[in-house]
Design a protein around this ligand. Structure first.
Ligand code: NPG
Length: 367
């Protein structure tokens, strides 16, 4: 593809309710939307870097700057194919979410030009995927349970509760008491240490699908130690930054389950390689979410339709997060979301929504 122009657009997406994790609370998302103009079709992608560098070191403003100053010029320099984007950008250290957005935009343009869907290109074997819902830390247990009841009534098949020290055994016990055996997993976002093993062990009785990322990002050995102390399977998210790290973590028995987020591993192509590593080793996988608009969600759905994604994803309908999505809304049907089958990622931002929600636009062209 000859990429002639890269448009970097910031879009303000108010959330229908605040989303609180161990790291902080989001009231709205500042989303970086990338559009590339090529010699074929335009390509679109959403960068999943969040508002602030609290979840990982990337944030929307930083991703915008690194694309403008370093990554964008490398893509514009000479024609590139999607499977060559990672190598082209390798001289810049880090910034996997910014790199993933560029790779996805190039891939989207290629597939739209060829009239092929992302799902078919990646190797999807399903046309719909089961939905899970992630529920942030609430103001009270009653408020948490009421929020969960609403999602279960809408058909979500699995609940993931955010936990942190002081908000763990009690809400989980209350959930089990009210909702019985609904598939449940927990996400600590790295908020515990090995010294908390007894609290984490106290969660064993609740028959959880997994506890996600109980310890720090770079602590594979700690997770392996914890796995020997508790019965609940450990799922890793933030720690899994590539297919190589996934293989190491599995070999060390640091995790029994893996969360795949394309942005976190540098793009959809590496995400498929993580999937393959896990599938070959019979490690269960689910597709993570990062409060994506419909644009990012469409790509996640294509990925989550691969055969190794054996657990429901953090894939919810548009109305879980937004009153007005950037694309045609994704709607939950019988506990599932449909995998887009149109060309490319299968969703494009709605022109009016883009116009109304955009806060800034910058266009990069060849020097
Ligand atoms: O449904 O998109 C979703 C959110 C799922 O909990 C979720 N994401 O740690 O995985 C996470 C978490 C997250 C939320 C991460 C916001 C970063 C920002």
């Amino acid at each position: 593809m000859d990429v002639r122009e890269i448009e970097l657009r910031r879009v303000r997406m108010p959330l229908v309710r605040p989303f609180r994790t161990a790291h902080g609370v989001e009231h709205e998302r500042d989303v970086l939307v990338v559009r590339i103009a090529t010699d074929g079709a335009d390509g679109w992608a959403e960068c999943v870097a969040q508002n602030e560098p609290t979840y990982t070191s990337e944030w929307a403003g930083g991703a915008h700057a690194v694309i403008r100053d370093f990554l964008g010029p490398l893509v514009l320099r000479a024609p590139v194919t999607a499977d060559g984007v990672a190598a082209r950008l390798a001289e810049v250290q880090g910034h996997p979410m910014a790199k993933a957005a560029l790779e996805t935009a190039v891939l989207d343009a290629e597939l739209r030009t060829a009239g092929r869907s992302l799902a078919s290109f990646l190797g999807a074997t399903r046309d719909r995927v089961e939905c899970g819902v992630a529920v942030g830390i609430a103001n009270s247990i009653d408020a948490l349970l009421d929020e969960c009841a609403g999602y279960l009534a809408q058909g979500y098949r699995r609940v993931k509760l955010k936990i942190r020290p002081g908000w763990d055994v009690e809400p989980v016990a209350a959930f089990r008491k009210r909702f019985g055996s609904v598939p449940l997993q927990l996400d600590a976002n790295g908020a515990y240490t090995l010294a908390d093993a007894s609290i984490l062990g106290a969660l064993d009785e609740f028959e959880l699908l997994c506890i996600e990322q109980p310890l720090g990002v770079d602590d594979l050995r700690g997770h392996a130690g914890l796995a020997r102390l508790i019965a609940t399977p450990i799922g890793l998210d933030e720690s899994i930054t590539s297919a190589r790290v996934a293989r190491e973590a599995i070999e060390m028995q640091a995790c029994a389950v893996v969360c795949i987020k394309p942005g976190r591993v540098g793009g959809l192509l590496e995400a498929v390689r993580v999937h393959d590593v896990c599938r070959d080793r019979r490690v269960a996988v689910w597709c993570g979410g990062m409060l994506e608009t419909g644009l990012g969600r469409a790509a996640n759905l294509a990925l989550a339709a691969l055969p190794g994604f054996t657990l429901p994803g953090d894939l919810s309908a548009s109305d879980r997060y937004f009153d007005r999505d950037l694309t045609e809304p994704f709607v939950i049907e019988d506990g599932h979301l449909r995998v887009p089958d149109g060309p490319g990622v299968g969703a494009v931002p709605d022109r009016d929504a883009l116009r109304d929600l955009t806060t800034a636009v910058e266009v990069l062209t060849r020097a």
